[in-house]
Every structure is written in C-alpha cells, then in structure tokens.
Design a protein around this ligand. Structure first.
Ligand SMILES: CC(C)(COP(=O)(O)OP(=O)(O)OC[C@H]1O[C@@H](n2cnc3c(N)ncnc32)[C@H](O)[C@@H]1OP(=O)(O)O)[C@@H](O)C(=O)NCCC(=O)NCCS
Length: 206
C-alpha cells in the first residue's frame, strides 16, 4: 500500500530528490520488511551515536534491539507504526513511531514518540528525509496526536539541525544508555497540530 505518494511536498523548494532521481515512495512497513529494516537500522543506528561509543556496546545493543524478530514484533503490535521510504525498490529510510509517554524532564503530556528516524547514508542530503518526515507528521496528525517527541544525541548536529528545520524544539535533556556507554540526549518536541503542513520553515533553493 502506498501512503502519501501524491501528497503535496512541504518543501516546494527542495527539489533534490527530483533532480537526483531519489523521490521516494512512502509505505507502511509489513512483516516481510522485518529483515531489511533490521539490516538498515544496524548500519545507520551507530551514525547517530557518539563516535567514541565502545564498538562492543554498539554491537551488543544492535544484536538485542535491532533484530528482525524485534521489528516483526513491533509490526504486529498496534502501539507501533513503521513507515519506510523506498527509492527504486531500495529501502532508503525508516521511521518508527511508538505510543510512549514523554520523559518527565520534558514536562509535556506528549504520548507519541518518533523513536527511530534513519536514512541510508547513500541517501543523506538528497531530500528523502524531508519526504519521510512529512509522512510522519501527517500520520501523527491523522491519529489526532497534538504533539510528537524524540530523543537525539546532543552531538548529532546533522539530526538536530534537520529536526529543528521541521519545527521540533529542544524541550529537555536525558541520558541514553548503550551498554556501558551513557550519552547525553536532547529531548525534542513538535506541536503536531500547530505545525503540520506549515511551509514557513521551507528552505530556499537547495
Ligand atoms: C538525520 C538524518 C535523518 C537527516 O537526513 P539528511 O538527508 O541527512 O538531512 P538533510 O541533509 O536534508 O538535512 C540535514 C541538515 O543538517 C545540516 N548538517 C549536515 N551536517 C551537519 C553537522 N555536522 N552539524 C550540523 N548540521 C549539519 C545539513 O546542512 C542540513 O541542513 P540544511 O537543511 O540547513 O541544509 C540522516 O542524516 C540520518 O539518517 N542520519 C543517521 C541516523 C540518525 O542520526 N538519525 C537520527 C537519530 S535521532
């Protein structure tokens, strides 16, 4: 099933995905996607972590949390929704949404978390992330969620710049633990109903 394929793009000046032939189809993941989701997230998850995270901690975490079995379980659980971005049949990105209360540090009643947002590195900077984020916000709005929260490593400048451009703001901090490694994360909040479909943050001419 194709979702949002013909939907208006929120970044009318971002023609990178069209110029580069990377305009993605946004689909709801199915159980058959579990192995590919696991493969993509095992490769991309470390990119969002501190460079000095011990490799063994990363490997252990991935072998526990990013397996096909974990994805399969989430795909069969109504508390989760997974959107995928496909470019010419390649899995270019995934977004995992989870019904989960925001941490106390956010002082927010937000109950929908954007738990994973991963773009394959060969599609970074090519506009795929914009199309996927638009679908994420549309899904949140469709579910009637007033806001969406996420946690991102505070040193992940690329992700934080991307989220800010889409209307997320830093609303707190907390520790995220990967094995023995403790990283400081920003907690970011998006007021979905207020910003969904808002093109005012659109960047010019890239
Ligand atoms: C984060 C991610 C989804 C963004 O997708 P993308 O295609 O790279 O995003 P874009 O290139 O459209 O936007 C990234 C922005 O960060 C900027 N940027 C790039 N490197 C940066 C850096 N080191 N520090 C700060 N900003 C940076 C880019 O210039 C761009 O800003 P602009 O829109 O003003 O030009 C993607 O890079 C990714 O999957 N990263 C690895 C996984 C990850 O970190 N996921 C988030 C976990 S919370």
């Amino acid at each position: 099933m194709i979702l949002y394929f013909k939907k208006r793009i929120s970044y009318p000046n971002d023609s990178r995905h069209i110029l580069l032939g990377t305009y993605p189809q946004i689909l709801r993941a199915t159980p058959a996607d579990a192995p590919a989701l696991s493969e993509l997230s095992a490769v991309v998850f470390p990119l969002g972590c501190p460079a000095n995270t011990p490799p063994q901690d990363l490997a252990d975490y991935i072998s526990r949390e990013h397996t096909p079995a974990r994805y399969l379980a989430m795909l069969q659980d109504d508390r989760f929704a997974i959107l995928i971005a496909k470019v010419a049949d390649n899995l270019a990105g995934l977004a995992l949404l989870a019904q989960a209360p925001s941490p106390a540090a956010m002082q927010s009643s937000s109950a929908l978390e954007l738990r994973r947002f991963y773009i394959d590195s060969s599609y970074h900077g090519r506009g795929v992330a914009n199309v996927l984020m638009e679908a994420v916000l549309a899904l949140a709005a469709e579910r009637g969620e007033p806001s969406l929260w996420l946690s991102a490593f505070s040193g992940n400048g690329r992700a934080i710049a991307f989220y800010k451009r889409w209307g997320f703001r830093i609303a707190g901090e907390h520790d995220f633990i990967v094995g023995t490694d403790r990283q400081r994360d920003y907690l970011m909040l998006h007021e979905t109903s207020a910003n969904s479909g808002n093109t005012s943050n659109a960047k010019e001419g890239s």
